[in-house]
Ligand binder design. Sequence first.
Ligand SMILES: C[S@@+](CC[C@H](N)C(=O)[O-])C[C@H]1O[C@@H](n2cnc3c(N)ncnc32)[C@H](O)[C@@H]1O
Length: 221
Amino acid sequence: MTSYEARKFYQDTEAAENYDAQFRRHLTIGNFRAKIFGWREERAFLHMLRQVHPKHKIALDIASGTGRYVELLLRHGYRVGGIDISKEMLSFARQRVGKNPNLLFLKQADAEKLPFADSQFDLVTSIRLYHRIPPEVRIRMLYEVKRVGKGEAILFFGMSTPWLQHRRWLRNKVIPGRLSDPYPVTEKELADEIREVGMVIQDTEWVLPFLADGLIALVSW
Ligand SMILES: C[S@@+](CC[C@H](N)C(=O)[O-])C[C@H]1O[C@@H](n2cnc3c(N)ncnc32)[C@H](O)[C@@H]1O
């Protein structure tokens, strides 16, 4: 099992609580950025979701964290299961969606080795994980997405361009102690990795062009 910062960082109640709170609280100066980025990210996600086959209604959210996208998928008529390595994050997700009758499960599991049979889910989603894990782990994760899914996934990629690298460096200086995102991908790396596992990118949308590194993509295989 490979060790990297994002695997450990959220296995902590305070980190989970802080993560959850930035989206849940009303808009303030402190959470302005998280709220705006979160809103734009959801918008891009829903743009991809509208293109998913309408009969595809069983979804798995990988690295579901405190359940933001499990909740969104439930709201859009999906039956959803979520997995995350952090039981602390999952406990906040349970508070959020635990009572929803269409919730299939919230389970502690590793994206590198999913405890599911082949082709079990119509749709697989994973948001805000890819750029925090080393390339060799990413490839194993993509193979797992492909194995447990039936052909469609919505994935978030933290991208690297010269401008975004500069912005990231500055941000890490200004806000010390925040979780770093050490493995952003260039467009070429992303294209190579997606091709390596036999997937195809169908559509992409930047969360906030120039201001944020997030790219949401619909991929198929
Ligand atoms: C930034 S949070 C994103 C949570 C959620 N997807 C969202 O967008 O709100 C990253 C999540 O990835 C989880 N994570 C890190 N490594 C993982 C792994 N190998 N398998 C499953 N989850 C993992 C962390 O515990 C954390 O909950």
